[in-house]
Design a protein around this ligand. Structure first.
Ligand SMILES: [Zn+2]
Length: 237
């Protein structure tokens, strides 16, 4: 089996811009790390810290090896279909793609007690006007002013969880709109109760906020290290 991931770096640069995420979790995991201006791709076993490899990813790789022959047979056509923008899929797989909301930011304030109050999300500092993106497919349930959150977008995902994107300078979506992981939702700003231009990202499960860092990590996104794992439908060897 060809090792296409390392020989075709343009694949995921291109994929990163494609609004429709890859269709299948079979086969390889592509880890794309945004480090400074450069884009560095790491294989799973090239990660700097073995602890950072999500056990569920390893399980999926195991499953992938079982199904890779089947997946390999479909990989080329599936990939073409993905890039052409599939519309026929019920693809539960697509909903499993989770991405970073920004390509570059400073991870500023974690979830937890802060100034005697619970900070219910994480703060990602980026210049005013920086586009921010949906971390996952879902439905826009709020797009407008939201008290101390300022201009805010809330996206509800198929699993019932919600992502809240606060303090926007502008909003690019409307309520009721369906979005895909990677779609632009708005622009980073400093509206509402905000100390400077940043994205406040909050995750609610069953209506309650939780720490987005471990929760996203379980979904292949290390928001502190700015790493997202993109599941490719290219078969691994
Ligand atoms: Zn915040």
């Amino acid at each position: 089996m060809r090792q296409r991931l390392s020989s075709e770096p343009d694949r995921y640069r291109g994929r990163r811009r494609v609004p429709t995420p890859p269709r299948s979790r079979y086969a390889a995991v592509v880890t794309t790390a945004f480090v400074g201006a450069g884009i560095v791709a790491l294989g799973a076993n090239a990660l700097p810290d073995a602890k950072s490899v999500n056990p569920s990813v390893l399980d999926e790789l195991k499953q992938a090896s079982v199904t890779s022959q089947d997946a390999a047979a479909r990989a080329d056509s599936a990939d073409r279909a993905t890039r052409a923008g599939r519309t026929d899929s019920k693809a539960t797989d697509e909903r499993d793609v989770w991405l970073l909301p920004l390509h570059n930011y400073d991870f500023k304030t974690p979830y937890g007690m802060n100034w005697g109050k619970l900070h219910t999300g994480i703060d990602l500092v980026a210049p005013e006007g920086t586009p921010y993106l949906a971390i996952h497919d879902g439905t826009v349930t709020k797009a407008g002013w939201f008290g101390g959150y300022g201009y805010t977008v809330i996206v509800q995902h198929a699993d019932g969880s919600e992502a809240i994107y606060g303090h926007s300078s502008a909003i690019s979506v409307t309520e009721g709109q369906q979005v895909k992981a990677g779609d632009q939702l708005g622009l980073v700003g400093n509206t509402g109760h905000s100390y400077g231009s940043h994205l406040h990202l909050e995750i609610h499960v069953k209506g309650q906020p939780l720490d987005p860092v471990p929760w996203l990590d379980e979904r292949g996104v290390n928001i502190q290290l700015q790493i997202e794992e993109i599941y490719s439908d290219v078969a691994a060897s």
